[in-house]
Design a binder for this molecule. Structure first.
Ligand code: GDP
Ligand code: MN
Length: 377
């Protein structure tokens, strides 16, 4: 789950990271007031859950409260990568002598937290990774020991030759690690972390993604979800108890089990098709879940056909068949549905689907091939 910069800043501050004072506002008048209270210069920042706001014109400096109001007016309502800006953060601006990148992710290979630092901060870190990977230092952290002093020294020396600044940076890296672990992040990033000409260090941007699997114990964080920034289908799917990810292809997929869903997508690709989504309806699927899945998939205009691939274990094929019939009735389906149902109650399912326009498939491979044909014609 992504959270807004304003919320990530609050978490940073709670963990002792140096974050300039700021206020979240929704109109120009409040932006002026915020600038007066905070003291100018300020920076006015679009609160949208996408990166590269600076480049898109969503981050502007202002040297007076009037100018802050003007900049807020310009940014509010702006469209950044498909999202309309509804709130801006007015933050105390700092002078920048150096910009660093500092971030943490979960490293799949070592299955441990990984800290990445770079003296080439401020800009797109993916770009740095591509063009000059030697400017990024990666350090794997063993959670049994936490971040070790020698690791901190390694990273801070990589960032700055200045002992005094390196020492300040060390404290910040240690705090970022505590944030990462403390709020169960999948990503925590400061880009840029800046050093001012007066040799102060400030985190002037804040990004935290929280692992969805830990939201049950991150109670405070759950309220930070911004559904307006999420794919509508993904929000509905979550509410219906489905696991859904939208993709760009033409073949909608309804599958039970994440592994089978992945295998189905792989096979579609293998035979030259493009999946329109990942969708796992989970175990013990009721007809309602199938109906909800259909609704979500059909909203995508690119979907030309739907492949239903069910391996009935706990999921009963007859339940799924009933859901399909119901969906066809309620939604007035006019695109081909390819159905492969196997396992628990498959005979009953076949009985239910007999005489309907659904395209049956005996195996997964046949189902995939038929779906690709149907999507092409
Ligand atoms: P992002 O583009 O979405 O990552 O937004 P950032 O918060 O990182 O801001 C983008 C850029 O705006 C930064 O890299 C800085 O160059 C600039 N910027 C942001 N805040 C300040 C500030 O307080 N002072 C100065 N001088 N520049 C700032
Ligand atoms: Mn940034």
């Amino acid at each position: 789950m992504k959270i807004h910069e304003a919320d990530a800043r609050a978490i940073f501050a709670k963990y002792g990271l140096p974050v300039p004072p700021s206020r979240l506002v929704m109109n120009a008048a409040d932006a002026r007031k915020a600038a007066e209270e905070i003291g100018c210069p300020v920076v006015v920042k679009a609160q949208v859950l996408v990166g590269g706001r600076g480049k898109a014109g969503g981050v502007k400096l202002a040297s007076t409260p009037d100018e802050a109001a003007e900049k807020a007016k310009a940014i509010l309502g702006m469209n950044i990568k498909g999202i309309t800006v509804g709130k801006v953060l007015v933050a105390r601006a700092v002078d920048i002598a150096n910009e660093y990148y500092v971030g943490m992710v979960v490293d799949r290979r070592s299955r441990k937290p990984l800290m990445m630092v770079s003296p080439a901060g401020g800009i797109d870190i993916e770009e740095v990774a591509r063009t000059s990977p030697e400017k990024i230092l990666k350090v794997v952290i063993d959670t049994a020991f936490g971040i070790m002093p020698f690791q901190l020294r390694q990273m801070t020396a990589f960032l700055s030759g200045d002992r005094e600044i390196a020492k300040k940076l060390g404290g910040i890296l240690a705090s970022l690690y505590r944030v990462f672990m403390g709020v169960d992040s999948s990503l925590a990033e400061i880009n840029p972390l800046v050093v001012t000409p007066a040799r102060e260090v400030w985190a002037i941007d804040a990004k935290i993604n929280i692992d969805d699997s830990s939201l049950y114990r991150q109670k405070d964080a759950s309220s930070l979800r911004d559904e307006s920034a999420e794919e509508r289908g993904e929000v509905e799917a979550r509410e219906a108890g489905l696991s859904f990810v939208k993709l760009d292809g033409s073949i909608g997929c309804i599958v039970n089990g994440a592994g089978l869903a992945m295998a189905t997508m792989d096979m579609i690709k293998h035979f030259g098709g493009e999946p329109a989504n990942f969708l796992d309806i989970g175990g013990s699927s009721s007809p309602d879940k199938v109906l909800a899945a259909m609704k979500i998939i059909l909203r995508d205009r690119h979907v030309k056909t739907i492949l239903i691939n069910i391996f009935g274990g706990i999921t009963r094929c007859d339940d799924v068949a009933l859901g399909l019939i119901e969906a066809k009735k309620q939604l007035g389906l006019d695109i081909p549905l390819v159905v492969r149902l196997t396992g628990t109650n498959e005979e009953r399912a076949r009985e239910i689907l007999k005489g309907t326009a659904l395209i049956p498939a005996a195996t997964m491979e046949e189902g995939v091939k038929r779906a690709i044909e149907a999507a092409r014609s």
